[in-house]
Write a protein that binds this ligand. Structure first.
Ligand code: ASP
Length: 599
């Protein structure tokens, strides 16, 4: 991605009158003052060369005893990361000393005056020439140093540009940016809340918002029509490698809209923002795929459409099989699904690896086979009848020698395992066109998923999502939601829905997920009340901003695009959070810490 082309406006002061990156052709033979950090220092005895760094780039300073006078002595003493303001004359370098790597590489500033503004201790890791080997804990502990690296600076710049492009686009579309409270009540987005104890009401707690969901709906009831916010959300989830306990969402809500209106706005938003920041060019309208189809063909509601390897339903072909393993699964309501990985020459050890991986992912096993004539070369071939093998080959579109992988399990397990194997196989066999960008909407979601542990229906999005058509709580499993997710290369970037705007319907949906009238009133009484005072039809969406920026930059982790991220375990090595507090503070809150570290 391109860098910001223009230099920030600069009003001359005692520290500088020019950015380092501005030491270019048009300044030759002029006097200038620049300021920044010592990036690199080369002492050639008679001359000292310093690369000085500010936000805009690097410039070479030359300390020559003839020009620098007293400042020459300072040049000798300078160390990496010292902070400096220098004045001098900008000159063209002699051809043999030009540095083609640097935008300012044809020029240098011959120092006549220098001011050491701050000394730097030797940094715990190299900033210049950083090779990526420094452990992350160390980098985060000294994040202010890590932030000085060009790669990190660029990520934060791009993040700013994305945020600005979002704000500009939405402002032009008539949206207001409105803040909503951080200290509030729980909003169910499916994670655990972070709680903040109330000092004034011991035993009572605020919850940090998992999202501004209820407030954005209240803003629609409040008549704002179009709202957005770039907002911090808090979800206390078990740490997964690339999650942050606090993360940033772009949150959007609109009134008097249906699904088509929201999708249209969002497609234009994504296209415009990507165009402004140099992201992928979007072909509109984006592809749409129904939830059921996504699950059937890709095993997941976040399909990566950059490659094929689609899953194939095989259950019906095996309805009468003698093979006990498949039959047992089918008789207990399970499915047999497979994929054709194409003609691959893989040794037995790799196939065993696939089996191990499938088991790790939760499957009982994995059948592998190579098509050979009308049948299979596979340890499983002998258990299947000839006509079954023929039918399987045909359904899987298997050519001679194609590698076939089959899982028999509960539908959710078979899908999840094959979905993951599909991606891993695509990576292994290099089937992913890395230059391609595949976006799609996943639409037509079920309202609920059965939670077997708790024996109840859980919303697939959140309980404020409107059902499509009539809603019958007795047939909750069949209900469809006016919900949509946008998926980019197999990752969910955002999701939302049309909301319930009828209080009576909202109560019925609560009931379907086991929130009875009393509990509904207790937790969401304010929403139910608000819905009674004329709620417009409304809907919206939220995007993970960190994730979008990560994708745009092809960064390995969202931590790379957050100025002060937590580590993968959710801790902050910089400030030491989370940290114990003293007993006095706890007492004030009416709390006691059990089995905790003491402050
Ligand atoms: N509140 C939802 C979320 O944070 C998004 C939405 O429905 O707008 O995931």
């Amino acid at each position: 991605m391109s860098a910001e082309p223009d230099f920030p406006a600069l009003r001359a002061n005692r520290y500088r009158d020019l950015w380092c990156g501005q030491v270019l052709d048009d300044r030759v033979d002029t006097e200038a003052r620049v300021a920044g950090w010592v990036h690199r220092r080369r002492d050639h005895g008679g001359l000292v060369f310093i690369d000085l760094r500010d936000r805009t780039g690097l410039v070479q300073l030359v300390f020559d005893p003839d020009d620098a006078g007293q400042a020459f002595e300072l040049g000798h003493r300078l160390r990496s990361e010292d902070v400096l303001s220098v004045a001098g004359r900008i000159v063209r370098r002699s051809p043999e000393t030009v540095n083609p790597e640097l935008p300012t590489g044809e020029f240098e500033l011959r120092v006549s005056e220098a001011d050491l503004l701050a000394d730097a201790e030797t940094p715990p890791f190299e900033i210049e020439g950083f090779s990526g080997e420094v452990n992350e804990d160390m980098r985060l502990r000294h994040r202010y140093l890590d932030l000085r690296r060009e790669r990190v600076r660029h990520a934060i710049e791009v993040r700013h540009r994305v945020a600005k492009a979002l704000r500009d686009f939405l402002t032009d579309e008539g949206f207001y940016e409105i803040e909503t409270p951080m200290l509030s009540r729980s909003t169910p987005e499916g994670a655990r809340d972070f709680l903040v104890p109330s000092r004034r009401e011991p035993g009572s707690f605020y919850a940090l918002p998992q999202s501004p969901q209820l407030f954005k709906q209240l803003l629609m009831i409040g008549g704002f029509e179009r709202y957005f916010q770039i907002v911090r959300c808090f979800r206390d989830e078990d740490q997964r490698a690339d999650r942050q306990p606090d993360f940033t969402q772009l949150d959007v809500e609109m009134s008097f809209v249906g699904v088509e209106d929201v999708l249209d706005l969002n497609e234009r938003l994504l296209a415009a923002v990507f165009e402004r920041v140099g992201g992928p060019r979007l072909e509109l309208p984006l592809a749409r795929i129904g939830y059921d189809e996504a699950l059937s063909r890709y095993g997941t509601d976040r399909p990566d459409l950059r490659f094929g390897l689609e899953l194939t339903e095989l259950t019906d072909l095996l309805a009468a099989t003698e093979f006990k393993v498949f039959r047992g699964v089918i008789e207990s309501g399970g499915v047999v699904k497979g994929l054709n990985a194409g003609a691959r020459d893989v040794p037995r050890s790799v196939l065993d690896g696939f089996i191990g991986r499938a088991q790790e992912l939760g499957a009982k096993g994995l059948v592998w086979a190579f098509r050979e004539g009308d049948g299979w070369r596979s340890p499983t071939a002998k258990f299947l009848a000839d006509d079954e093998l023929r039918a399987l080959n045909e359904r899987l579109g298997a050519g001679e020698g194609d590698l076939l992988l089959v899982v028999a399990d509960r539908p959710e397990v078979a899908n999840a395992v094959l979905a993951q194997l599909r991606v891993e196989l695509a990576e292994r066999f290099e089937l992913i066109d890395l230059a391609a960008e595949a976006f799609c909407w996943v639409v037509d979601w079920p309202m609920f998923a059965w939670n077997a542990d708790e024996e109840r229906w859980d919303p697939l999005h959140h309980p404020f999502t409107a059902p499509a058509g009539e809603f019958d709580p007795a047939r909750a499993g069949e209900a469809r939601a006016l919900a949509y997710d946008v998926v980019w290369n197999g990752q969910e970037m955002g999701g939302g829905s049309i909301r319930i705007s009828d209080p009576e319907l909202q109560e019925r949906v609560f009931e379907a997920i086991g929130i009875g009238p009393e509990q509904a009133r207790e937790r969401f009484g304010f929403l139910l009340d608000a819905l009674k005072y004329g709620a417009p039809p409304h809907g919206g969406i939220a995007y993970g901003l960190d994730r979008i920026v990560q994708r745009l930059l092809h960064a390995d982790s969202i931590r790379e695009v957050i100025a002060f991220p937590k580590s993968a375990s959710g801790a902050d090595p910089l400030t030491g959070a989370p940290a114990p507090v003293d007993d006095a503070q706890l007492r004030e809150l009416g709390l006691a810490a059990r089995g905790a570290r003491r402050a």
